[in-house]
Design a protein around this ligand. Structure first.
Ligand code: NAP
Ligand code: GLV
Length: 306
């Protein structure tokens, strides 16, 4: 079995080391230093170059290095190729903690007080009375976030593609229910996968529908958001603030207006970072399963795109 690591934009030394220890029989190489592309059966990928896929005639499995698979060009893979992703309770816990923390930070006016501290201003105000959070995407991460919000006294609504029944969560599904889902939200959290259907979903039309005091928390992908529509909504009192962890270009260029906008809180795509040990365990299980022609874990639905 020959495995290729094509995880771009990071140092893969530890990943390579760990996988070689857990899979001593397997031949593992790293893109672009690979001389046996025609033998590769299993690729571990993150933002792999599109040109790679046509060079792998023996490819059977593409394993995403993260939860999302949008960095893999699904249309460029032969139909029989299986695509898998990372599903991890640690990742879901980190994400749930992140979105709860940022909703509470808005509720408790932390950014406001931080700015006032720099001006030596003493102006106490009541906590904002807003408790209704709407989660776009009720998958592994969306459901973990929903539970965390419920446990902290929030009212939770969720929107997904297929019908869901989750205790305590008012669930909406499909395009027809989208407007009703948005109606009375105080916080909107995006935890959708990036697909043709969800790209650009955080746009002017949505911002005009939610109440003006609503706060956006985008932790899914930068391409879900139309950047100029967010600036328009914040500057025209259609939204009260935004926390952004993901951007259409990462790192975000220093001239981008998000950096200095007074109502935007930014973090560098760190809401839920894949844990190397857990990732290596999952990849090892899938490489062994593929080798022994057993079912793989966390296979995505290629026709749905996630
Ligand atoms: P998931 O388990 O695949 O869940 C996706 C959810 O989105 C599902 O509930 C799905 O509906 C819903 N959905 C998909 N397409 C839809 C559509 N067209 N309309 C309505 N709902 C739709 O994904 P996950 O593991 O929760 O991860 C979500 C995303 O988080 C990832 O794709 C990734 O982009 C992002 N992420 C970000 C970070 C970070 O650090 N910022 C870390 C990890 C992941 P159904 O349930 O009906 O299928
Ligand atoms: C991170 O963004 C992931 O998809 O795991």
């Amino acid at each position: 079995m020959s495995v290729l690591i094509c995880v771009t934009g990071r140092d893969n030394t530890k990943l390579m080391h760990k996988l070689r220890l857990s899979l001593p029989e397997v031949m593992i190489s790293e893109w672009p230093h690979c001389t046996n592309l025609s033998e590769i059966e299993f690729v571990i990928a993150w933002n792999a170059p599109q040109a790679l896929w046509a060079q792998l005639p023996n490819l059977k499995v593409v394993q995403s290095y993260g939860a999302g698979v949008d960095g893999i060009e699904l249309d460029h893979l032969l139909p029989h190729v299986v695509v898998t992703r990372i599903v991890d309770t640690g990742l879901a816990d980190d994400m749930a903690e992140y979105v709860l923390t940022h909703a509470l930070a808005h509720k408790l006016r932390l950014r406001e007080y931080n700015l006032k501290q720099h001006l030596c201003e003493w102006k106490p105000r009541r906590v904002k009375p807003y408790n209704h959070v709407g989660i776009l995407g009720l998958g592994e991460l969306g459901q973990a976030a929903a539970k965390r919000f419920l446990n902290n006294g929030f009212i939770v609504s969720g929107w997904s593609r297929t019908k869901k029944s989750i205790e305590g969560v008012t669930s909406y599904h499909g395009e027809a229910a989208f407007n009703q889902f948005l109606e009375s939200l105080d916080y909107i959290v995006c935890l959708l996968p990036l697909t043709v259907q969800t790209s650009g979903i955080l746009n002017r039309t949505l911002f005009e529908q939610v109440p003006a005091h609503c706060v956006l928390i985008n932790v899914a992908r930068g391409q879900h958001l139309i950047d100029e529509d967010l600036i328009w909504a914040l500057d025209n009192n259609k939204l009260a603030g935004a926390t952004l962890d993901v951007f259409s270009e990462e790192p975000l260029p220093s001239e981008h207006p998000f950096w200095h906008h007074p109502l935007i809180t930014m973090t560098p795509h760190c809401a839920a970072i894949t844990d190397l040990t857990s990732v290596c365990e999952q990849i090892t299980i899938n490489i062994n399963a593929s080798n022994e022609q057993r079912p793989l874990q966390n296979i995505i639905d290629r026709s749905a795109g996630y």
